[in-house]
Write a protein that binds this ligand. Structure first.
Ligand code: PAF
Length: 279
C-alpha cells in the first residue's frame, strides 16, 4: 500500500494508471475510519483495479463555531485498517496541499444544498463540493463511494457531478449501525457514556416514524411530532432539525409516501449527530 500526501504525486500516479488502462475507485473520507467506511472500502474494492482512500479533514466544510479542532483523528489506526482491507493507495494531503495560500475557487450547488444540514450549517456543502471536486481531479476515479447516512451530501455530490459533466459514477452505500442501532459516525467517539445511551433516541425516533407509516399514518406533521416527543425526553438532546422531504428533490412534503426521506440532526451534548430513513 502506498501513502501519498503530495497532490501532484497523487495526480501523476492516477493519470499514469489511467494511461495504462487501469480503472480507479475512490472512497473520500475524513479519517477515523469505522465499519461504515469499511463497507464503502469493501464495495469500492471490487469495482475497479485500483482503490484509493482519501483521508482529509476538510476545514472548508466546518463553520467557525463547529468541531473542526475536536474532530477525531487517528492516522496510524486508519492506515492499518486500509492496509488490512487491501487498499492500494491512501491519499493524505495536508491543509496547505489542498488550500495553498491564495486559494480562491469554490464550487457551490445551489438547490439541494439549501435545506436540512445546509440550513443549519451555512457554507458546509460549499466546502464539501469544493473538496470533493478537487479530490476527483487529483485522484481521477471512475467511481466514488459515499454513505447514505449523509443522505443530503450524497444528493448534492450526485447533482454536482451531473451539472458539471464529471465522468464519475457516484455510488451510495447503506447506513451501517452499531448493534444497538446507533448509526456509525466518527463523532460517536466524542459521546460520554450517558450521552452514548441518549444518542439512541435518533434511531428510536426513526423507528417510531417507520412504525406509524407502517400503520397507515401519512400526515408528515403527525409523524414529525411523534419524533420530537421521543427526542425531547432525553436531557442532553437538542433538536437541530427533524424534516420530512421528498427523497429525490429534497423538497418538504406534507404526506409521507414511498420515496419520502425522514431525516434528523440532533445535538447530544456538544456532539451533532445525523440519521435518516427512506420510506
Ligand atoms: O463524508 C465525509 O467524510 C466528507 O464530507 C467528505 C465527503 C470526505 C468530504 O470532506
Amino acid at each position: 500500500m502506498e501513502v501519498i500526501s503530495s497532490t501532484q504525486e497523487m495526480q501523476q500516479k492516477a493519470l499514469a494508471l489511467k494511461r495504462h488502462g487501469r480503472t480507479i475507485s475512490c472512497v473520500p473520507t475524513m479519517g477515523f475510519l469505522h465499519e461504515g467506511h469499511l463497507s464503502l472500502i469493501r464495495a469500492a474494492r471490487t469495482s475497479a483495479d485500483i482503490l484509493v482512500v482519501t483521508i482529509f479533514v476538510n476545514p472548508a466544510q466546518f463553520g467557525p463555531t463547529e468541531d473542526l479542532s475536536s474532530y477525531p483523528r487517528d492516522l496510524k489506526h486508519d492506515l492499518a485498517i486500509c492496509e488490512k482491507e487491501g487498499v492500494d493507495v491512501v491519499f493524505t494531503p495536508g491543509t496547505a496541499d489542498i488550500y495553498p495560500e491564495g486559494y480562491s475557487t469554490y464550487i457551490e450547488e445551489t438547490d439541494l444544498s439549501k435545506g436540512l444540514c445546509g440550513a443549519t450549517r451555512p457554507g458546509h456543502f460549499r466546502g464539501v463540493t469544493t473538496v470533493v471536486a478537487k479530490l476527483f481531479n487529483i485522484v481521477q476515479p471512475d467511481s466514488a463511494f459515499f454513505g447514505r447516512k449523509d443522505y443530503q451530501q450524497l444528493c448534492v455530490i450526485k447533482k454536482m457531478v451531473k451539472d458539471l459533466n464529471i465522468p464519475i459514477r457516484i455510488i451510495g452505500c447503506p447506513i451501517v449501525r452499531e448493534d444497538d442501532g446507533l448509526a456509525m459516525s466518527s463523532r460517536n467517539k466524542n459521546l460520554n457514556p450517558d450521552e452514548r445511551k441518549e444518542a439512541l433516541c435518533l434511531r428510536r425516533a426513526l423507528l417510531r416514524a417507520e412504525e406509524l407509516v407502517g400503520a397507515g399514518e401519512k400526515d408528515a406533521a403527525v409523524i414529525r411530532e411523534s419524533m420530537v416527543n421521543i427526542i425531547e425526553k432525553e436531557p442532553s438532546a437538542r433538536i437541530d432539525y427533524i424534516e420530512i422531504r421528498d427523497g429525490e428533490t429534497l423538497e418538504l412534503v406534507d404526506r409521507v409516501e414511498e420515496g419520502t426521506l425522514i431525516a434528523l440532526a440532533v445535538f447530544i451534548g456538544k456532539t451533532r449527530l445525523i440519521d435518516n430513513i427512506l420510506i
